[in-house]
Write a protein of this length. Structure first.
Ligand code: ADP
Ligand code: MG
Length: 347
């Protein structure tokens, strides 16, 4: 913030100048991308693969707060959350388009920061930036990304494929994004009250990174494929474990049972949650934005991944008549709700 750089207004470059400026840094990686930025539409050619397409719109004030979100991270996140949806279909992400609506307060340098994050994510997940749209907005910033991926038709994983007795698995750890978000909200209030107070983020870097710069778990679906495991159902965790499991159960016509002591938490999540009087379990069930994968596997596949680091086995699918429940080590069973505990609702 302190550095003095002369900012270039977007008006100076103009819309076409800005698009050329964006395009300068674009490198195409896939032979299937026949034409990227520069014509009325991009041209793609896939062989016998099926194509998956997904879009997410991020709106300032609703999905992100520029007071604590670096633009670079926002650009990265906009790509990552879309790649995460492609990955949740067990497909390989290939191309993205990025559409921006910006108010007059945005400079070319600000756009460059957003695109720095976009390019970093495109590199990391191996996707081509093939187009988008650029327009102005009266207030606030909006970023819409569309991601395209491909998969062998037999490999695509739907929400509807889980069967009774399938094992429920999750990647990574849960609840950290929600705890990170609460941490930033809390420090923002402190800062508003007294701008001289420095935020207390030491030792909390992981929690912040989880909300500001989430990772799409492309590595997880690659590992599953390497081990010959085809999930029966899969989703990425954007709204919270509860809500995602309910989707899988409804679409698969099953019930489910999970166990609280099997849910993966990091110690720093639990410590920070305690400090803020947040129940880590509720952060995992209802917090959301972890962008981990929840998937089910046939019991026959369990042996293949039982020792795989970073995968937790948290329960199993049941007959629909058994309902959807979490069994705690102590106390009564908790029925899974899409948005229980209003105190933990993010919006
Ligand atoms: P049109 O008038 O047909 O919408 P544009 O001038 O908006 O065309 O876009 C020209 C080219 O630049 C297209 O290939 C479009 O996909 C691409 N493009 C526009 N805005 C962006 C952006 N923000 N990021 C990436 N590509 C963009
Ligand atoms: Mg356009």
């Amino acid at each position: 913030m302190a550095e003095k750089v002369k900012l270039t207004s977007i008006a100076e470059l103009g819309e076409f100048g800005l698009i050329d400026h964006i395009n300068e840094k674009v490198k195409i990686k896939h032979k299937e991308t026949i034409k990227g930025i520069g014509d009325d539409a991009a041209v793609l050619q896939f062989d016998k693969q099926q194509t998956v397409i997904t879009t997410d719109l991020l709106v300032e004030g609703i999905h992100f707060d520029l007071m604590y979100t670096p633009l670079r991270h926002l650009g990265y996140k906009a790509i990552a959350v879309n790649v995460s949806d492609v990955v949740a279909m067990n497909a390989t992400p290939k191309q993205v388009t990025v559409s921006l609506a910006m108010s007059g307060k945005f400079s070319v340098q600000a756009v460059d920061q957003i695109y720095e994050g976009i390019h970093a994510a495109c590199e990391e997940y191996g996707v081509d930036l093939i187009g988008g749209d650029t327009t102005s907005s009266v207030t606030g910033l909006m970023i819409s990304v569309t991601a395209i991926g491909t998969a062998d038709p037999k490999k695509i994983v739907y929400r509807s494929g889980a069967r009774e007795n399938d094992i429920i698995c999750v990647s990574g750890d849960l609840g950290s994004a929600y705890v990170g978000l609460q941490l930033m909200e809390r420090e923002k209030e402190v800062f508003k009250a007294n701008p001289n107070v420095q935020p207390q983020f030491q030792g909390k870097e992981y929690l912040l990174s989880r909300i500001l710069k989430p990772t799409a778990r492309l590595d997880v679906i690659k590992k599953l494929a390497e081990n010959g495991v085809q999930p029966t159902a899969m989703m990425d965790i954007s709204d919270g474990l509860s809500s995602e499991l309910i989707h899988i159960c409804r679409q698969s016509d099953t019930g489910c049972r999970i166990y609280d002591d099997k849910i993966p938490f990091r110690q720093d999540t639990v410590t920070a949650a305690d400090e803020m009087n947040i129940e880590p379990l509720m952060a995992a069930l209802n917090g959301g934005e972890d962008y981990e994968l929840v998937f089910t596997i046939s019991p026959d596949d369990y042996e293949k991944i039982k020792d795989q680091e970073g995968i937790s086995f948290i329960g199993h699918m049941t007959n629909k008549s058994k309902g959807m429940y979490l069994t705690p080590q102590h106390g009564e069973e908790i029925q899974l709700k899409a948005q229980g505990w209003t105190a933990y609702k993010s919006e």
